[in-house]
Design a protein around this ligand. Sequence first.
Ligand code: PMT
Length: 421
Amino acid sequence: MKRRRNGGSKHILMLKGKHIVLGISGGIAAYKSVFLLRLLVKEGAEVQVVITPNGKEFITPVTLSALSQHPVVCDFFTANTGEWHSHVSLGLWADLMVIAPATASTMAKMVTGVADNMLVTTYLSAKEHVMVAPAMDLDMWAHPSTQRNIEQLRRDGVEIVMPGSGELASGLSGKGRMAEPEEIVSRIKEYFSRSCDMEGMKVLITAGPTCERIDPVRYIGNYSSGKMGFAIAEECASRGAEVTLVAGPVSLSTVNPSIHRVDVESAVEMCEAARKAFANADVAVFAAAVADYRPAETAESKIKRENADEMTIRMVRNPDIAALCGKMKRAGQTTVGFALETDNERINAAHKLEKKNLDMVVMNSLRDKGAGFRTDTNKITIFAREGSVTEFPLKSKSEVARDIVDAMLRFRGNVDAECER
Ligand code: PMT
């Protein structure tokens, strides 16, 4: 009887055929990357290791090439043959790049684009998703510089597998231990399973503030930066959706080239663009902070200061984009609104769900530290039409975006299942 190579038990190779670039930088946690590599290969992935010169001081390329069955890339050239290693083709080959361990220095180079080694140049050429598992001493991890870089990497679309707490190589104890290889592998599997779960779906997202002109130099606006809506757009696009992002005036750029961005200024313009995209959308997420009113007239020239101590601007109501789309909604379309509250959070959120005919409301409260406008984090509670209420802890806006999209897909799945019954 023939024995199976993996010991006879039937094991589904979740990563079969996936091309993974494993980047290893110079930290003691590099020893764990050997186990990580072993697990990836066991799951059927084809792994190409790229190591920094410092990484080679911690583990030998011989071990890594034996396990990956590919030569390990470290230098731009092979010294004796003059052969050039193409970071571009490696970046294009990869379905995923995982950098584990990612040292403080490697992350700083990724943020600033200092491409002085094969690992960072490959990162700059990588077209697909990038995941990093930081590892360093607790004080280095806590340093504002490292934390700034982590935030910037998140904004650049990089997924962070957060370090754990415990004993560190320095003998100190605290946060900075690289995540265990098993945890990294499960994040990789999660990534591949969600990377196509929105394929074929059309999504409309509104984001940012609206600016309502008073005259050529002044407007009425609000504090929205667009970060929440942009994070949702990136999340949907990375999962295969066709995204139309209708954005008010923000200073953000999109990372995923497949996002179709429509820039607008006022609520009326946002409404027009959103209604157009909604006609063909499967899902709409209204994350924008839309002004409820606009000046009844916009002066053509700058309004001059008069001697009067007071001035009054007459305001007229703006269209409610979420409510209008709620009215147009047909079977199969899902609408997700936000509720930005300062008090009576639950009552107000439930009211908006009803009034705007939404399927889900994502409530964020300005009473929660780190939530709402401008921050890189948010704390949300999701209210769904069927009555469920789910609270989430404070997370980065990209993680919050993932929670919202997961909840929305679950909601759609439940609705489909109901219809089939
Ligand atoms: O952009 P950031 O700095 O990252 O901040 C994120 C955020 C705080 C703006 C975001 O998380 C958020 O809460 N967005 C909605 C803000 C808001 O205007 O909430 P609201 O409770 O006033 O509106 C309820 C819902 O109706 C929202 O989905 C809103 O987009 C929509 N609406 C409101 C008024 C209007 N005229 N048209 C609308 O579509």
